[in-house]
Structure formats: structure tokens, C-alpha cells
Design a protein around this ligand. Structure first.
Ligand code: HEC
Length: 92
């Protein structure tokens, strides 16, 4: 399990080097995330979304709740996109 995790984060690291978030923007738009959210939603919250990991968890929660048909790396990409645009957490 850990191995898979380590491997996938390595892959993500490699792919994030060329991050212009084109895919993430597309995914985000297609999944209609903004039908519930506005820009103000996406900011660090005390006791809730306080770091990158928690942001990723929130993205996953919403992705599953809304049946967004994303792969894990796509969810990671959207998380990075939102982080870059709104939250500015240090990536872990
Ligand atoms: C049906 C409405 C709805 C849709 C569609 C939706 N969300 Fe959410 N989202 C919520 C609600 C409600 C919360 C707050 C949950 C909570 O407080 O526990 C939330 C919380 C979040 C948060 C955490 C915000 C914060 O800083 O506290 C993120 C990030 C997020 N959603 C991302 C997404 C993404 C990405 C999508 C598209 C796949 C999406 N959401 C689609 C309702 C929605």
C-alpha cells in the first residue's frame, strides 16, 4: 500500500513539473464544481482545511459526493490547481 502511494506521489511530482493546470481547469469545469462553490469558499479554514493534505481530502470528498469521474492523479491535479490559485499551502 505504501509502495503504491510512494510511487504515485513520485509520478505526481514528475507531472507537476509541467503544471499549467490546463487539465485541472477542464476537470474542474466539467465536474461543475462551481455550481455549489464560489471563490470565497476556497480559502484556508481554521480546524478544517489547514494544509495541503486536508485540501486534498476535501477535494476527494466532493469528487466522490458528486460522482466526478476522476482518477486519483486528476484529483491531485485539481487539488494543486486550487492550492495554487487560492490556498497556497506548502505541498506535502
Ligand atoms: C452539491 C454541491 C457541491 C458540489 C457540486 C461540489 N461541492 Fe465542494 N463542497 C460542498 C460543501 C457543502 C462543502 C463543505 C463541506 C463541509 O463543510 O464539510 C464543500 C467543500 C469543498 C472544499 C473545501 C472548502 C474549504 O476550504 O473548506 C473543496 C476544496 C471542495 N468542496 C471542492 C470541490 C470540488 C473540486 C468539486 C467538484 C468535483 C466540488 N467541490 C463540488 C458542496 C459541493
Amino acid at each position: 500500500m505504501f509502495k503504491i502511494f510512494a510511487l504515485s506521489s513520485l509520478l505526481l511530482l514528475a507531472s507537476s513539473l509541467s503544471a499549467d493546470y490546463e487539465d485541472a481547469k477542464e476537470l474542474f469545469k466539467d465536474a461543475d464544481c462551481m455550481s455549489c462553490h464560489n471563490n470565497e469558499d476556497f480559502s484556508p479554514k481554521e480546524k478544517k482545511v489547514t494544509n495541503f493534505r486536508k485540501l486534498h481530502m476535501a477535494v476527494d470528498a466532493c469528487r466522490f459526493a458528486n460522482d466526478a469521474d476522476w482518477f486519483d492523479d486528476e484529483s491531485q491535479e485539481v487539488t494543486e490547481y486550487l492550492n495554487d490559485k487560492y490556498y497556497h499551502f506548502k505541498k506535502k
